[in-house]
Design a protein around this ligand. Structure first.
Ligand code: IMP
Ligand code: MG
Length: 197
């Protein structure tokens, strides 16, 4: 485990921070410390809400894998996992509005308490599609936990039971979120300061 000093956990990106020495990194939108605190709180809430049940966390690849990993460890219940991959963006930073299942789930959802874990809700198109699709598989319950919601962008308003942060309408990277498959391993969320691919 790498521990960074407290002086580096908050504030804007420092250009001389080794792994972050990248001119494409913009302002920090959600710091490592904020992520830690909020995810611990979400974990406590989910633990309370699902007491006596074993929720099945369904992660939307690839963006949600970092968040789901930390969230799952903040939940004090017998949790199970499954993943699906959808494609709505390709490698661009604008939504195509088209959602395609690239990898389906391995498990049967019938009778399960399913918690869909998403990285970011932008237009909401991906989520409304997924909700409908998963609902049709007859889970006992279906809720959504999204780390980020971009304010004022939703064309559909899917019900979000758990939300980490509402963020301004800028493209962001880090903590699972990518541009052309890069930057997913940044331990914080920051704006994309490069040109739009
Ligand atoms: P929606 O269908 O427009 O809500 O888009 C949701 C999906 O688009 C997310 O699951 C992400 O994979 C991707 N996405 C949306 N906004 C961003 C962003 O700011 N950075 C990286 N990926 C994003
Ligand atoms: Mg993506």
């Amino acid at each position: 485990m790498t521990e960074r000093g407290p002086e580096r956990s908050e504030g804007p990106h420092q250009p001389d921070d080794n792994a972050r020495d990248d001119p494409n990194l913009g302002e920090i939108v959600v710091s490592e410390e904020q992520l830690k605190e909020r995810i611990a709180a979400l974990g406590r809430q989910i633990t309370e809400d699902y007491a006596g049940r074993a929720p099945l966390l369904v992660g939307v690849l690839k963006g949600a894998f970092v968040f789901m990993s930390d969230l799952a460890r903040a939940i004090d219940l017998p949790v199970e996992f499954d993943f699906m991959a959808v494609s709505s963006y390709g490698s661009a930073t604008k939504t195509s509005g088209v959602v395609r299942i690239v990898k389906d789930l391995d498990l049967d959802l019938a009778g399960r308490h399913v918690l869909l874990v998403e990285d970011i809700v932008d237009s909401g198109l991906t989520l409304s599609y997924l909700r409908k699709n998963l609902k049709a598989r007859n889970p006992a319950s279906l809720e959504v936990c999204a780390l980020l919601v971009r304010k004022g962008r939703q064309k559909r308003s899917p019900t979000l039971k758990y939300v980490g942060f509402s963020i301004p309408p800028e493209f962001v990277i880090g903590y699972g979120l990518d541009v052309d498959e890069r930057y997913r391993n940044l331990p914080f969320v920051c704006t994309w300061g490069g040109s739009v691919p």
